[in-house]
Design a protein around this ligand. Structure first.
Ligand code: GDP
Length: 299
């Protein structure tokens, strides 16, 4: 929890300091106060739509002339934010054997690194883990996953660069079945400039997985980079049109004051955030806790 709090320090500083000042005196809230609050929330990259939702109960009171104190608004803001972040969260890893988890997202968001971090997390919890290098488009991606695999101590199933991703998924899942592996993590391609092919390729990988292990993939995790702010919303829309998304991981929370994007994506897409990335090392991954997150961000 301390790591989580430290990792969020940039967003925290921005929000907590300016909100702390605003909330300091417990007076009656007026329109100008609401506007100032709105602005502060937007600078932390909580999108306008989400900010409006967060402040809706308070705005209603002001409009109807009902007196509203700063302390009440503060409580309401916290409750609304917590509610937005609290979405049904099935167990992780999913209850299937093997549990097949796809990592989806555009290049550069930290997909491969995150997969390695999750592998390490699961290994520490005693699960047997295998990774599949299905981002065959970039030779570097295969190598990177192999390097991580060695570091974490898990097997990585790969083929030559340019191989059919569906074929790699097929081979990897057969291997997992034969070995009785408990969790399979699949690294998928993320080149956005050939969007159509990418989405078709993703759908095909899903079909192949389901053929080898009926019901697989059991979880499609969309990996989003917090530093891209509102772009993350577009990425979630785009990938959500191609495949069913089950959950999110938000990376690079350590390097940004835009951590509020977590609230926005969770709210707009009603997806649980599994983890947040807080650095480049294996251990820089923290399970997401809505309450701890709200406590870290709001004064
Ligand atoms: P991919 O193209 O999506 O597979 O992205 P990579 O896994 O190659 O990561 C891209 C860069 O982001 C690398 O330099 C990673 O070390 C870095 N990165 C990934 N996750 C985090 C994080 O949580 N925090 C920080 N600061 N850097 C990260």
């Amino acid at each position: 929890w301390q790591k989580f709090k430290d990792g969020l320090s940039k967003t925290r500083e921005r929000l907590k300091d300016s909100l702390g000042e605003l909330f300091e005196i417990d007076r009656l809230v007026d329109q100008a106060f609401l506007e100032e609050l709105e602005e502060i929330l937007i600078t932390a990259d909580i999108g306008i739509e989400t900010v409006n939702r967060l402040l809706e109960p308070s705005r209603k009171k002001i409009l109807t002339g009902e007196p509203l104190k700063v302390s009440e608004l503060r409580r309401s803001l916290r409750e609304e934010m917590l509610q937005m972040l609290t979405v049904p969260t099935p167990p992780f890893p999913p209850e299937a054997s093997p549990a097949v988890i796809f990592f989806i997202g555009v290049n550069g968001v930290g997909k491969t690194t995150t997969l390695a971090k999750v592998a390490w997390h699961l290994k520490n919890r005693g699960f047997s883990v295998l990774a599949i290098a299905a981002d065959t488009f970039r030779a570097a991606a295969i190598e990177q996953l192999e390097t991580w695999g060695n570091r974490v101590g898990i097997e990585v199933i790969k083929q030559a660069p340019g191989a059919d991703p569906g074929a790699v998924v097929y081979q990897g899942l057969q291997a997992a079945k034969a070995r009785g592996t408990e969790v399979v993590l699949v690294d998928t391609a993320g080149r956005l400039h050939t969007k159509y092919n990418l989405m078709e390729e993703l759908k095909k990988m899903v079909r192949v997985a389901d053929k080898v292990i009926p019901g697989a993939p059991h979880e499609n995790i969309l990996v989003l980079d917090a530093t891209t702010g509102q772009n993350a919303v577009n990425q979630a829309k785009l990938f959500g049109e191609a495949v069913k998304l089950h959950s999110l991981i938000i990376t690079k929370m350590d390097g940004t004051a835009k951590g509020g994007i977590a609230v926005t994506v969770a709210h707009l897409f009603k997806l649980p955030i599994r983890f947040v990335g807080l650095g480049e090392k294996m251990e820089d991954l923290a399970p997401f806790e809505p309450k701890a997150f709200v406590d870290a961000l709001l004064p």
